[in-house]
Design a protein around this ligand. Structure first.
Ligand code: COA
Length: 259
């Protein structure tokens, strides 16, 4: 598969996907959004991939938003189609059964903040900046940002960030619960890898089940407690469950296969 705007590195089961439009601060044009979906889809299917990191190229930008140049001349219907397409891709990331971490190495604005929020966890460098500046353009967020920011930090601050368009620092993002960790630039990838290495030692069946049950809390019309019961029950049919419990009783480390 040919990718124009993404770079890949697969090492020890961890796939790093780098959005690579550094001259545009990795802004997400249509093609890049499509490529992200293809990349996540093939990562889901590839048994060698145990975890995914999404980052941006360079040290200044994670992703500085949707590509503003592609907004020009869009009709309301075309705007809606664009938002729908973006939301579909970001939901696809959110629902990936393999863990996805955003390594936020700089500006995460607009669609960049939304991309980071669609990932399961976020690690930011101390120079990273977050924001939903769409109001400056006469727009609002369209890739799920109005909803996910509330989910992650609550309505009070989400409302403020969307209405003012203000950027916040990585430290503020940490304080608000928008990111899991803030690290110096040089330690970013190592920290993301360390988290995924820890998750890699767990049962992939259970990890996927936990992602599904947690996401169910935010899914309209779905009873999250019921989803948890279903996912819990499903675990009992897995080889991983047998292995995990046997290993505990035999006082050894489990060797999970994801089956
Ligand atoms: N869409 C398209 N191009 C973008 C972009 C975006 N969202 N964000 C940055 N770029 C481009 C700039 O146009 C510039 O391209 P050029 O060199 O061809 O003119 C290049 O990336 C570098 O950005 P620049 O603005 O010169 O860098 P800066 O350090 O002065 O400012 C930002 C950085 C992030 C503050 C500024 O680029 C910005 O405000 N970007 C838009 C953020 C935004 O509104 N995102 C939400 C979109 S819905």
């Amino acid at each position: 598969m040919e990718f124009k705007n993404l770079l890949f590195n697969l090492s020890n089961g961890i796939l790093t996907i780098t959005v690579n439009r550094p001259d545009k601060l990795n802004a997400l044009n249509k093609l890049t959004v499509q490529e992200i979906q293809q990349a996540i889809n093939s990562a889901k299917e590839n048994p060698e991939v145990k975890g995914i990191i999404i980052t941006g190229s360079g040290t200044k930008g994670f992703v500085a938003g949707a590509d503003i140049s592609e907004f020009i001349g869009l009709s309301p219907a075309e705007g809606m189609a664009m938002a729908q397409a973006g939301q579909d891709v970001f939901k696809f990331i959110e629902n990936c059964h393999k863990p996805v971490i955003a390594a936020v190495n700089g500006f995460a604005l607009g669609g960049g903040c939304e991309l980071a929020m669609a990932c399961h966890m976020r690690v930011a460098t101390d120079n990273a900046k977050f924001g939903q500046p769409e109001v400056n353009l006469g727009l609002i967020a369209g890739y799920g940002g109005t909803q996910r920011l509330i989910q992650l930090i609550g309505k009070t601050k989400a409302m403020e960030l969307h209405l003012t368009g203000d950027m916040i620092t990585a430290e503020q993002a940490l304080f608000l619960g928008l990111v899991n960790y803030v690290v110096p630039q040089a330690e970013l990838m190592a920290r993301c890898i360390e988290i995924l290495e820890r998750i890699k030692t767990k049962s992939p069946v259970a990890v996927g089940g936990a992602i599904n049950a947690i996401n169910a809390f935010f899914t309209e019309g779905v009873d999250g407690f019921k989803a948890e019961i279903n996912e819990f029950g499903k675990c009992f049919s897995s080889q991983d469950f047998k292995e995990g419990t046997s290993a505990f009783l035999e006082k050894r480390k489990p060797n999970f296969t994801g089956r």
